[in-house]
Ligand binder design. Structure first.
Ligand code: SF4
Length: 481
């Protein structure tokens, strides 16, 4: 860059860079390389601007080369980032060379932005015009606005497009007393056990819902229950599911597979059928070995999912995987009300892991509008009640409320598909709000939204140091939230 004065520059930030401003806390994050600039605004004391200017004049070097002399962050930078974010500027603003000379902190910041491939300076006199940046808009927002303005319009025309997955709990009784069946189903897809009599979801209601979903891109159907093999119309259910293209996943506990040869063969005969076998602790090893054997020869696409609530569970699971040579497996943490320490160590979000996760800018933007964990998913319980998330309010009842009506209710007023950190304390005041994965059911189970080691009470008031990372994720060994 030339040192002649009064030049004007376009300062722009690339579209793949996420900028977050909360109170006096700033975060710029490059979604392509995982680099971050995180700082807290303060007014520089001791006339830093003058010192900076003097340093520049005495050396005769470019402003940006001298910028490393200053390690702080000025409110000027904060204001510049606010301007970059305004709809009018669309991430491109004008800066004069005089502004850069007067504020070495600003120059240092811009130098870092350039070094981290987050943006650049373009001399106005050498550019063909203001660089163009486009503001994306997600279509769900458009559809909700359109339906609000035109309530007479058929809601089904739009809303069915968002349906992706339905989970049917076809019954809720099981002869064994499984602790995870009482609360696990509110954390992840898991068997269920009612404390009363065994209820069954009527086959006709399942059929009606699937018929209504015919115009949707429904791609996954989950079949769960107390014990799905005890469903009184299991063969008829398989016949019904056989006419649907979606991937059908049958969820069973490993203790439920013994002497079920016929059912397993019938499931394997289905197109796009999968089996998910849940394994919790303490374990009945003989039964697990038997379960493993009985599915092995059925040619069923199977995953063995270990439900772990402690490090001991995790170690035991690893031993079994090695001993039984299990190829398709995964781990699912289970919060049992007594293992917060385990969650803090293995499930809570760590800053390095969040920054290393490199969500695309589209994913980051979508987190401001929807919850990708819940979005597009519905669950029907044995009593016919339908939920977008079993921890939130009921959307309707099978046989009474239509599918489009329930989906629109969720999109318009629901608390699950659009359950965002931007609406949840304390995340709404945190610059990582859109970088952290969407809120999951563990936040419901544990009772707070910030399942992380990042947020500190009073965060945003301290002067945090810069950080840059592209390294491996730390801490989150087997999170699946
Ligand atoms: S407070 Fe919320 S948004 Fe901030 S780091 Fe923690 S979990 Fe993420």
């Amino acid at each position: 860059m030339s040192s002649s004065k009064n030049k004007t520059f376009w300062f722009y930030i690339e579209p793949f860079v996420h900028i977050a401003l909360k109170k006096n806390h700033l975060l710029l994050y490059n979604t392509l390389n995982g680099k971050a600039i995180e700082q807290t605004a303060f007014s520089p004391s001791g006339g830093n601007g003058q010192v900076a200017s003097a340093a520049y004049k005495s050396s005769g070097n470019s402003v940006l080369e001298n910028a490393d002399r200053n390690a702080g962050f000025s409110s000027k930078i904060f204001n510049i980032c606010k301007k970059l974010l305004s709809k009018k500027n669309l991430r491109v603003i004008r800066l004069t060379e005089t502004e850069l000379l007067k504020n070495l902190l600003l120059a240092k910041f811009i130098k870092k932005v350039i070094n981290y491939h987050m943006g650049d300076l373009l001399e106005v006199s050498l550019s063909a015009g203001k660089p163009m940046q486009l503001a994306p808009m997600l279509s769900i927002q458009r559809d909700v606005e359109r339906l609000r303005k035109d309530p007479g319009h058929s809601v089904g025309e739009y809303v069915l497009n968002y349906l992706d997955e339905i989970s049917f709990y076809i019954n809720d009784g099981y002869e064994l007393d499984m602790p995870i069946f009482y609360s696990g189903w509110q954390q992840f897809l898991c068997g269920i056990k009612s404390r009363g009599r065994n209820r069954e979801l009527e086959l006709e209601k399942i059929g009606t819902l699937l018929d209504e979903a015919a115009g949707s891109p429904l791609s996954r159907i989950n079949i769960l229950g107390g014990n799905i093999f005890n469903y009184s119309k299991f063969p008829a259910l398989l016949a019904l599911l056989g006419s649907h293209k979606a991937v059908k996943t049958f969820h069973l506990h490993y203790t439920q597979l013994e002497n079920r040869e016929k059912e397993l063969y019938d499931m394997a005969a289905q197109d796009s059928a999968k089996l998910r076998v849940l394994i919790d602790f303490p374990l009945q090893e003989k039964q697990l070995a038997g379960a493993f054997q009985s599915v092995e020869e059925k040619n069923l696409d199977t995953v063995f999912e270990f439900i772990v609530a402690s490090e001991a569970d995790f170690r035991k699971a690893q031993e079994l995987i090695a001993a039984l040579k299990i190829a398709g497996y995964s781990f699912q943490p289970f919060y049992n009300g007594r293992n917060l320490g385990f969650f803090k160590k293995y499930v809570f979000l760590k800053k390095q892991a969040v920054l290393a996760s490199k969500p695309t800018i589209e994913e980051v933007l979508s987190r401001s509008v929807v919850n990708a964990v819940n979005f597009g998913r519905l669950t029907a319980l044995p009593n016919g009640s339908v939920y977008a998330n079993v921890n939130a309010g009921k959307l309707g009842r099978l046989g009474k409320d239509s599918l489009p009506k329930m989906i629109f209710k969720e999109m318009d007023k629901g608390k699950s598909w659009r359950r965002r950190r931007s609406k949840a304390a304390p995340c709404k005041d945190c610059v990582f709000e859109l970088l952290c994965p969407p809120l999951s059911n563990y936040e419901y189970a544990i009772g707070k939204n910030n399942l992380c080691t990042i947020w500190k009470p009073g965060a945003g008031k301290k002067n945090l140091s810069d950080l840059a990372t592209g390294g491996p994720a730390g801490g989150q060994t087997f999170v699946k939230v």
